[in-house]
Design a protein around this ligand. Structure first.
Ligand code: NDP
Ligand code: AKG
Length: 421
C-alpha cells in the first residue's frame, strides 16, 4: 500500500470503533483531518561545500487533550501523508494512555546513513529553525522515531533553547541524560509492550517459554529481544532492512546487538552460533508463538497475513498491519495487541521526561519502571476487558477507549473554540 491511502486506511479503524458507541458525528468529523501540517524545504551546507535541500514536515493532528506529541522520523520514503497518519495514531495513543497530550509527528525525507555526523547535525538544527514557531513545551513536543535518536534530540533541544534564549529542555523528549533526558526512555517502547504481554499472559493462554520472532532490529526490536530473552523466552528470528536470521534453539542476542552497534546487518551473523539466513517475507511466516513487528507500516498485508503462524502479534511498530490483513488474522484466531496500546510505553516515558523537566526534579529508574508498568497494566486491562465483554478485537477496544476520552474533551471545549490555534 502506498502512503497515499495510509490515512484513509487508518480512518477505517476510527469508523469501526465509532460504530460500537453512541458518538456525536461532530467528534468524528473533527478527528478525520489534521489540524495543521507545515511543510518546508530545508537547505544545508554539505561537507564538500555544496548545498543540498530536503523536504520536511511537522503535523499537529489534534490538540484537544493538550499539546501535540510525537516523534520525528528521518527516512528517504517519508511523505506528508505518512506524517499525518502517524500523527493521527499519536492522537489515539496519547488518549489510550490518558496522557495530557494530543497527537503530532514530523519527518525529514532523507537517508541519514548517507550523511556525515556534521551534516546530520546541521540538518537537525535546520529542522528546529524551520519549525521553532509551531513547537514548544506547551504547544508541540517532538521525540525520536525511526532513524532518529537521543543525540539528534540533544542537538534539537539545544537549537530550540538558543532560539528562545533560555534553557527549554521540555520542548523535546528522548534527550541524552546529560541534557535532561529521562532514565528509562531508551527501552521504554519495548518495555511497555513487554509489561503488557506479561500482564495479559494468563488471559492469552501463553506458554511459560515463548518462541518469538521480531521484525526490525532498531530501538524497539533490540530492546524487546533483550527483555523477552531476559525473561526466559527464545528469540528465534529477527530481521532488519537487509534480511533476517533464524535459529530454532534461540539466536544470540548479544552477538546481534554487537553487529548493529558496529553498523552491520543482523545478516552478518549468518553462519555463526547456528544462525541461518531468512529471505524476504520469511520472517513473518516463521513457526513461532509471538510475532513482534518493530519496523515500518504495512509490513503485514493481504499478501502475507495468511502465512503467519504466531497466535499473538505485538505491534511495537506503528501501523504494521493493514486493515485487510486484520480481517485475515482475525479469521485465523490471531490476537493483535495494537500499536496505539502496545508501543505506547515510549510516549509514556516521554511524558515522564517532560514532567521531570518541568519540575526540575528527576526520578530513579525504579520509579520510572513502576509508573510505566502501572499505566500499561491499567489501560491494557481496561481495553482487554472491553474487548472480551463486547466481543470485539483488542484494536477496536483500544480505539473505543481512546475515542471516548477524545469525545469528552472535544465536547468539554465547547463549540466556539474551533479556530483557536
Ligand atoms: N523509538 C520510539 O520511541 C518508538 C518507535 N515506534 C515505532 O517502532 C518502529 C521502529 O522504530 P525504532 O525502533 O525507533 O526505529 P529504528 O530506526 O531504531 O529501527 C528501525 C528498524 O527497522 C528496520 N527496518 C527498516 N525497514 C525494514 C524492512 N523493510 N524490513 C525489516 N526491517 C526493516 C531497520 O533496519 P536497519 O537497521 O537495517 O536500518 C531498523 O532495524 C517504527 O514503526 C516506529 O514508529 C513506536 C513508538 C515509539
Ligand atoms: O516519545 C514520544 O513522544 C513519541 C514516540 C512516537 O513517536 C511514537 O509513539 O510513535
Amino acid at each position: 500500500m502506498s502512503h497515499a491511502n495510509l490515512l484513509e486506511s487508518a480512518l477505517v479503524r476510527l469508523d469501526e470503533a465509532a460504530g460500537h458507541i453512541n458518538i456525536d458525528p461532530d467528534v468524528i468529523e473533527k478527528l478525520k483531518y489534521a489540524r495543521e501540517t507545515m511543510k518546508v524545504r530545508l537547505m544545508i551546507r554539505m561537507d564538500d561545500g555544496s548545498r543540498k535541500s530536503f523536504l520536511a514536515w511537522r503535523c499537529r493532528y489534534d490538540d484537544t487533550r493538550g499539546p501535540t506529541k510525537g516523534g520525528i522520523r528521518y527516512h528517504p520514503d517519508a511523505t506528508a501523508e505518512e506524517v499525518e497518519t502517524l500523527a493521527f495514531w499519536m492522537t489515539f495513543k496519547c488518549a489510550v494512555m490518558n496522557l495530557p497530550y494530543g497527537g503530532g509527528k514530523g519527518a525529514i525525507q532523507v537517508d541519514p546513513r548517507q550523511l556525515s555526523k556534521a551534516e546530520l547535525e546541521r540538518l537537525s538544527r535546520a529542522y528546529i529553525q524551520a519549525f521553532s514557531g509551531i513547537i514548544g513545551p506547551d504547544r508541540d513536543i517532538p521525540a525520536p522515531d525511526v532513524y532518529t535518536n537521543a543525540m539528534i534530540m540533544g542537538w534539537m533541544a539545544d537549537e530550540y533553547s538558543q532560539i528562545v534564549g533560555q534553557s527549554s529542555p521540555a520542548v523535546i523528549t528522548g534527550k541524552p541524560l546529560a541534557l535532561g533526558g529521562s532514565l528509562g526512555r531508551n527501552d521504554a517502547t519495548a518495555r511497555g509492550g513487554f509489561y503488557l504481554v506479561r500482564h495479559l499472559a494468563k488471559d492469552l493462554n501463553l506458554a511459560p517459554q515463548l518462541r518469538v520472532a521480531i521484525q526490525g532490529f532498531g530501538n524497539a526490536g533490540q530492546h524487546m529481544a533483550s527483555l523477552m530473552a531476559g525473561d526466559g523466552h527464545k528469540i528465534i528470528a529477527v530481521s532488519d532492512s537487509a534480511g533476517g536470521v533464524y535459529c530454532a534453539d534461540g539466536l544470540d542476542i548479544d552477538l546481534l546487538i554487537a553487529a548493529k552497534n558496529n553498523n552491520q546487518s543482523v545478516t552478518s551473523t549468518i553462519g555463526l552460533k547456528g544462525h541461518e539466513m531468512l529471505r524476504g517475507d520469511d520472517l513473518v511466516a516463521v513457526d513461532c508463538d509471538v510475532l513482534v513487528p518493530s519496523a515500518m507500516e504495512n509490513m503485514i498485508h493481504a499478501g502475507n497475513a495468511a502465512s503467519i503462524k504466531a497466535k499473538l502479534i505485538v505491534e511495537l511498530a506503528n501501523g504494521p498491519v493493514t486493515t485487510e490483513a486484520d480481517k485475515i488474522l482475525a479469521d485465523k484466531g490471531v490476537t493483535i495487541l495494537p500499536d496505539i496500546l502496545a508501543n505506547a510505553g515510549g510516549v509514556t516515558v516521554s511524558y515522564f521526561e517532560w514532567v521531570q523537566n518541568r519540575q526540575g526534579y528527576y526520578w530513579t529508574l525504579e520509579e520510572i519502571h513502576e509508573r510505566l508498568k502501572a499505566i500499561m497494566e491499567r489501560e491494557g486491562r481496561a481495553i482487554w476487558n472491553h474487548a472480551r465483554e463486547h466481543n470485539v478485537t483488542v484494536r477496536t477496544a483500544a480505539y473505543v477507549h481512546a475515542l471516548l476520552r477524545l469525545a469528552q474533551a472535544i465536547e468539554a471545549h465547547g463549540t466556539q473554540s474551533d479556530f483557536i490555534a
